[in-house]
Design a protein around this ligand. Structure first.
Ligand code: WT7
Length: 678
């Protein structure tokens, strides 16, 4: 950490002001005063958010802004009624955007000239009509009712937002499972959500290949049957031209057949839903094996998204907006679907890999549609910046006026590259921190307020007005500037998770127990002399591989399901492009010998149990015993330090209850194993 901190330190005083903003810059002290006013007390916080809530069309106005009578189960805009699908379609049509493009979708495959073979465009009216038809079919053909959770296991195709909106219309909920998850992971999530319906696709295109999806669903259903969970219906969207899709006539139905005969002009009223009902659950990784179903509200979520679309992305009616995330993760839920649509934007949605057919695919997309607002990830930037800058320069990116990143810390070098190459040294560029549980962005630059505070390479900036955060030590005391501590949020905010689905106690224990009245994010951070936050990475047993959140405990429990594995310990190994990659220390059972073949087999096993997103980057290191402290806990900090290449001297104090000699032995054992693996 020492080294990391120093790297950050030198950026503390590097102020950048995009030239076109030079007359609109906050004096930092003034901004702090402005911010302070919005978080002074409960009334100020409420006042700030009401300003945004009033801009939305409520079926019924709230009677209470923030109900904090039962902490930490905070409820926003209580008594109010609203509907996300209504905001994203009906309301846009009322506002005159009926024929405005809502989504420009580009498929991955290209023709010989390198141009996209398929581009599908949908106006707000198209979106409205399609989601009405789907809502009607779900309700009348499958009996989907208010409150039911449907699992969506879909790639980046327009049908995913269509189904999301259809479910919201009728007050049903979604649980979206990222299409890179395996059958086992899918089965776990379907079972936990209690879904009887899955919507999927035959496959998807990735780097020119077809990846099969339907087979994964079939396998998940087999697993679920063994557990006594029945999936009644699988709706399958046809995406690829494969002809060998396994199909169970009694259970499966093609999306087009599902809609056949439903009139184009069918109308299903978007039903008024209580603000504090929930809109979706999204399973995310934590420090134990079982994924947590983050349960998102409706009204507070809508207000948080509407406000951040305006403040962070400064949306205007003629913007072309592109968020490069996958809808399977929260970024896509909030900033590909609900946020951009409720603000009436035209947004680009791209199916495939950033480097297919060449590493300038993304830049050609920005040029093709004239993207003005770009929202992306540090991993992608680090990957693309390795190629010659000419690949960027040959495309006209002059339309870009805002480019934010998200998902993991952005290193100053990647920030500078993005700022100079994509932003031409003149666009607002920042790292917006938030997480699945927060629902929407909580830190970042705020061009939408009309004035910005100076940018700095790698910082997360201030929290939003109305949101108070801090960096604290073990005892809950505020850390002075420059000292690393734990990042906590000290005021409730509208898009906050309501609870963990069916597990309120765990919600309390994980997020609210450690420090009284503070939401524990799980991240390390430092504050600088100007009060900017710098998030440094996870302080718990969660790792971020290419921005994807993975619980090391999930990896470990998957590993020991294999007959050869006695024990395993997974830690993140720093990686230049992906941020971190999983390094899995593995102890084999008696009678098994370490070999490259066994390693391959274990990686296949990981692919089946968790999915390619862990398996493709994992490094398996065989060891004789997992180093433990005297009380039997895995010496995780030691493992992390060794894989990060720290010398023994820096880490003897890490596992404080264990003798220095034992730590040194463990250190040498691990170091040797890691070196042998190279
Ligand atoms: C974790 C949450 C919500 C967006 C997608 C990730 C890390 C997220 C940043 C950032 C540094 C970041 C944190 C956080 N993170 N954004 N701008 N700078 N770190 O959502 O999968 O729930 O992961 O991502 O470690 O805790 P998620």
């Amino acid at each position: 950490m020492e080294q990391e901190k120093q790297e950050v330190y030198k950026e503390f005083k590097e102020y950048i002001i995009p030239p076109s903003w030079k007359d609109r810059v906050w004096d930092i002290e003034d901004f702090k005063k402005f911010h302070e006013e919005t978080v002074k007390d409960k009334e100020s916080v409420e006042k700030w958010w009401v300003k945004w809530a009033e801009q939305l069309p409520w079926f019924r106005k709230w009677s209470r802004v923030l109900d904090d009578s039962n902490p930490p189960f905070y409820r926003w805009f209580v008594g109010g009624e609203i509907n996300l699908a209504y905001l994203c379609t009906d309301w846009q049509i009322e506002k005159g955007r009926k024929n405005k493009l809502a989504i420009i979708w580009e498929g991955e495959p290209v023709n010989e000239a390198g141009e996209p073979k398929e581009v599908r465009k949908f106006t707000y009216y198209d979106l409205y009509r399609i989601s009405n038809r789907i809502a009607s079919a779900l309700r009348d053909r499958l009996g989907v009712r208010k409150g039911e959770i449907v699992t969506l296991y879909l790639p980046m195709i327009p049908e995913l937002p269509f189904y999301m909106l259809a479910l919201q219309r009728i007050g049903a909920k979604h649980s979206i499972v990222y299409s890179g998850f395996s059958a086992v992971a899918l089965a776990d999530r379907v079972e936990a959500a209690g879904s009887r319906i899955i919507v999927t696709a035959d496959g998807l295109y990735r780097r020119g290949r077809i990846i099969r999806l339907k087979e994964v669903v079939d396998e998940a259903i087999k697993i679920l049957e063994e557990r006594g969970h029945r999936v009644e219906k699988v709706i399958v969207v046809k995406r690829t031209d494969r002809t060998d899709v396994p199909f169970n006539e009694a259970r499966d139905i093609w999306h087009t057949d599902f809609l056949a005969g439903i009139p184009e002009n069918v109308r299903v009223d978007a039903i008024p839903l209580p603000s504090d009902d929930f809109s979706y659950i999204l399973y995310t990784s934590g420090t134990t094996g079982a994924p947590k179903g983050s349960q998102e509200s409706i009204g507070g979520y809508a207000v948080g998204l509407y406000a951040t679309m305006n403040m962070i992305f400064d949306v205007k009616d003629d913007d072309i907006y592109w968020c490069t995330a996958d809808i399977g993760w929260v970024t896509g839920h909030s900033y590909i679907v609900y946020g951009p649509l409720m603000t009436g934007l035209t947004s680009v949605m791209y199916e495939g890999a950033p480097d297919y057919p060449g590493p300038d695919r993304w830049w050609s997309i920005i040029e093709r549609y004239g993207v003005t607002i770009f929202y992306t990830t540090p991993t992608a930037i680090r990957m693309l910046m390795k190629f010659p800058d000419e690949l960027v320069k040959k495309h006209d990116l002059s339309t870009v006026r805002i480019a934010h990143s998200v998902g993991e810390p952005i290193n100053p070098e990647a920030f500078r590259w993005l700022y100079s190459n994509v932003c031409r040294n003149d666009a607002v560029c920042s790292s917006t921190w938030w997480m699945t549980e927060t629902g929407h962005i909580l830190t970042g630059h705020l061009p939408g307020l009309g004035k910005i505070y100076p940018l700095k390479p790698g910082t997360n900036g201030y929290t939003l007005p109305g949101v108070k955060a801090d960096v604290i030590d073990e005892d809950g005391n505020s850390c002075p500037p420059g000292v690393r501590g734990y990042f906590v949020i000290k005021t409730p905010w509208p898009g906050m998770l309501m609870t963990l689905y069916k597990d309120p106690q765990r919600y309390v224990d994980i997020y609210w127990k450690r420090w009284e009245g503070c939401f524990w994010t799980g991240d390390y951070a430092v504050k600088d002399q100007d009060g900017y936050f710098w998030i440094l990475g996870r302080a718990d047993d969660v790792i971020k591989v290419a921005g994807h959140r993975i619980g090391t405990a999930e990896v470990e429990s998957a590993m020991i399901m294999h007959p050869a594995v006695a024990e395993s310990a997974c830690v993140g190994k720093p990686d230049e492009v992906k941020g971190e990659i999983p390094m899995i220390f593995t102890v084999l059972k008696h009678g098994y010998n370490a070999s490259p073949e066994l390693e391959q087999e274990l990686k296949m096993h990981l692919r089946k149990t968790i999915g390619p997103l862990v398996a493709s980057d994992a490094i398996i290191v065989f060891i004789n015993a997992v180093p433990k402290t005297r009380s039997g806990k895995i010496m995780r900090r030691l493992l992390r330090a060794v894989v990060a290449g720290k010398p023994l001297g820096d880490i003897t104090t890490l596992e404080d209850e264990t003798a220095v000699k034992e730590v040194a032995e463990a250190y040498n054992m691990i170091k040797e194993a890691v070196e042998k693996r190279r």
